[in-house]
Design a protein around this ligand. Sequence first.
Ligand SMILES: Cc1cc2nc3c(=O)[nH]c(=O)nc-3n(C[C@H](O)[C@H](O)[C@H](O)COP(=O)(O)O)c2cc1C
Length: 310
Amino acid sequence: MDFSNNRVCKLFNIQYPIIQGGMVWASGWKLASAVSNAGGLGLVGAGSMKPDVLREHIQKMKTAAEKPFGVNIPLAGKYSPAQVDVCLEEGVKIVFTAAGSAKLHTPRLKDAGVTVVHVVPSAALAKKVEAAGCDAVVAEGTEAGGHNGREGLTSLILWPSVADAVKIPFIAAGGIGDGRAMRAAFVLGAQGVQLGTRFAVTQESGAHPNYKSACVAATGGAARIYNLTHMPIRSLMNDYVKEFCQKEAAGLPTEELQAFRGKGRSQKGVFEGDVRQGELVAGQTCEAIKDIPTVQELMDRLLKEFDAAV
Ligand SMILES: Cc1cc2nc3c(=O)[nH]c(=O)nc-3n(C[C@H](O)[C@H](O)[C@H](O)COP(=O)(O)O)c2cc1C
């Protein structure tokens, strides 16, 4: 396939319009550099990194990645301003922001010549991203693993509405687990795709082997959204999520529910592999995930399937 005129490839100077979404506890320099070296765009997920750890990952990326890479910064995190500082100090050229207002850091990043992309769950917010001066927008449907918009729009509804709403390139995310789904995103107006869960279940991902096996064993239906009243998250149903939902149904106040969730749940689940009591952040693409390939094997397969699904 020829992506030489693809707007996303041109924007990032990459070979294939496939982006590995930033993921807490899963996308350090090892995964991100493998994706970039395979011709996609690898993103270091800053969300689980203190600023000094992020700096270390960026410096390792500079050595390991022969091609362009970026950093994903969830804006709700308390370190996000310092993470932006680190990116600027280290000369990072591409930054994806999420979970907050695109207006927050875009002017500062753009002034420094950084390409800025923001993640949204609706066409209305995609317009705001365009107005904020971002270079592209990621539209993420509710199928996605991780924090979810309250709108609950499925990718099939969301993607064409965003394609109609903005002129900047739009990257589709949420529920893409193979090249057929990637083709569907392009048919609905996307110029690129961002995959999270599928890349979390690769050899190079920083996620724990137990997390990867749990995703392979799970069907899409096991990846549920919970914590709806506070901050919706899609993760695999397990003892912890069941107990959380029981407490919620029993009317436990929000503060107590959040205290029960605690601070380190996703670290416990994704990084430490506690499949019962950790938060196994993952999307409905678990339905399509049957193995744990290398990044290169996955990229080859995605492109082959994309080609075949005309
Ligand atoms: C384990 C995990 C952690 C994630 N962490 C983040 C994050 O830190 N920042 C962010 O913007 N999105 C995060 N996401 C969302 C991904 O970047 C991506 O947009 C999403 O997974 C795409 O949907 P998919 O899982 O259906 O491929 C995470 C997803 C997963 C599975």
